[in-house]
Design a protein around this ligand. Structure first.
Ligand code: FAD
Length: 398
């Protein structure tokens, strides 16, 4: 694999870098750097800044509003966005449902939904998982009964990321009970303001509100909101998951996090763990840096077929696993660096008076600890690691 960039690619990199330095809202970069939680307004402002430049949907085909970049340019763009410290885009609309809409949707559906996604006028959520239907997704039970030109929905979705911010949700629903459970599933798009839709928050172990339960009680959804054929939703869902699993790598962000670890270690009030020759921290950091390099090469390998317009293959499962393991390893190092200063995170949540004994808390410790907890979930979402290993095993004929 030749990793040398052409002059044109280097010029493109300079253009993207200048955009993030001069045009993109610097307040959002500053907030992210401080470990502050971004609000919905921040996220919309970030995505609209990219949209104004025509850069919000690098992976979309040009005919639907993508910038027409090569795979290398997309890679460079992702790298520069993360290097600048800008947040990644919310994937549910742009990366997950949009490819399904432009690949399987009608012309009317494309005209109705794609421009709003492309300009960040609406946010989407993904309604796949249900209680008892996560890894075994095809067991899903949320029912959609066809009555005239509407489906009547009853049931619930769970672990729905950012549903509290979403205007629309795409759901897998059961339109028929069939001997093979993958049949009888239909792919529907639902306006979150429809009567009977309720969003109930789930607070995660990091103390944040990212997830929700979404319940549906006699929710009327026009058949015009169905993507593709009734009962064929499973094949569209699988197509979407291939796209989803290529979206986890965030190589440049990981490189920045490694640089942060080095800087933090040198500045830590309790002594520089990196300075210990042969020390455990130093050795582990070197190992994790190598993991990031391996991840980068794997990203390029998985993305290469996309250059010829192919959908991501099962290789995306490899990417999902190593991206997850690397992300978790980085957050573990952060926790190690926080040392005793990780304690306030726990104490704050139990209401104990932790301030006694801690005069200065390094700024990185609380968000670093929260990130450690949130990143535990990565082995689960987007398809658990065990499931990815099964997919890889099957491909190898094991
Ligand atoms: C932070 C977060 C965000 C999420 N966001 C969304 C979202 O926006 N939309 C959405 O629809 N879903 C979302 N999910 C749900 C996610 O997709 C599911 O949690 C995931 O598919 C696992 O399903 P489950 O939770 O039911 O666990 P289970 O399927 O019950 O799995 C429990 C454990 O058993 C293992 N296991 C299960 N089956 C097998 C098997 N056949 N072989 C070996 N091991 C197995 C799993 O690997 C796992 O370790 C999110 C989850 C999290 C944690």
């Amino acid at each position: 694999m030749d990793l040398t960039l052409s002059d044109a690619d280097e010029a493109f990199r300079a253009e993207v870098r200048a955009f993030f330095r001069k045009t993109y809202p610097q307040a959002i970069i500053a907030k992210s750097a401080n470990g502050q939680v971004l609000t919905k307004a921040d996220r919309v402002a970030s995505e609209q800044a990219l949209a104004a430049k025509g850069w919000l949907a690098p992976g979309w085909p040009k005919e639907h509003g993508g910038p027409g970049w090569t795979v290398t340019q997309r890679f460079i763009f992702d790298e520069e966005l993360e290097r600048a410290g800008a947040p990644n885009v919310s994937p549910m609309g742009l990366l997950y449902v949009a490819p399904v809409i432009y690949t399987f949707g009608t012309e009317a559906q494309k005209a109705r939904w794609l421009p709003d996604i492309l300009n960040c006028r609406v946010l989407w959520a993904q309604g796949y998982s249900e209680p008892e239907a996560g890894s075994d997704l095809a067991s899903l039970r949320m029912s959609a009964e066809l009555v005239g030109d509407h489906y009547i929905l009853n049931g619930e979705k769970i672990w729905t990321s950012d549903a509290h911010h979403a205007d629309w949700i795409f759901c897998l629903v059961r339109t028929e009970t069939t001997p093979r459970k993958q049949d009888g599933i239909t792919f529907l798009c639902i306006d979150m303001r429809t009567p009977g839709v309720e969003v109930i928050p789930i607070i995660t172990i990091d103390g944040g509100h990212h997830l929700n339960r979404v319940t549906f009680a006699d929710v009327r959804v026009p058949t015009l909101n169905r993507i593709g054929e009734e009962g064929k939703g499973w094949s569209y869902a699988r197509y979407l998951l291939g796209h989803e699993r290529t979206s986890y790598a965030h190589v440049a962000a990981k490189k920045c996090q490694i640089a942060d670890l080095r800087r933090r270690s040198a500045q830590a009030p309790w002594g520089d763990l990196l300075a210990e020759a042969g020390g455990a921290f130093r050795r582990r950091l070197a190992e994790v840096e190598l993991m990031v390099e391996a991840l980068e090469i794997t990203v390029l390998r998985v993305l290469a077929p996309l250059a010829s317009g192919e959908a991501p293959g099962n290789e995306s499962s490899i990417l999902k696993i190593i991206a997850t393991e690397t992300a978790q390893a980085i957050t573990e190092l952060n926790l190690e660096l926080a040392g005793v200063y990780a304690a306030p995170f726990f104490a704050d949540r139990t209401g104990a008076d932790w301030r006694a004994g801690f005069e200065t808390i390094p700024a990185f410790a609380p968000p670093g600890v929260a990130a450690y907890f949130l990143t535990r979930a990565q082995t689960i979402y987007g398809g658990a690691t065990e499931i990815q290993k099964t997919i890889i095993g099957r491909q190898l004929g094991l």
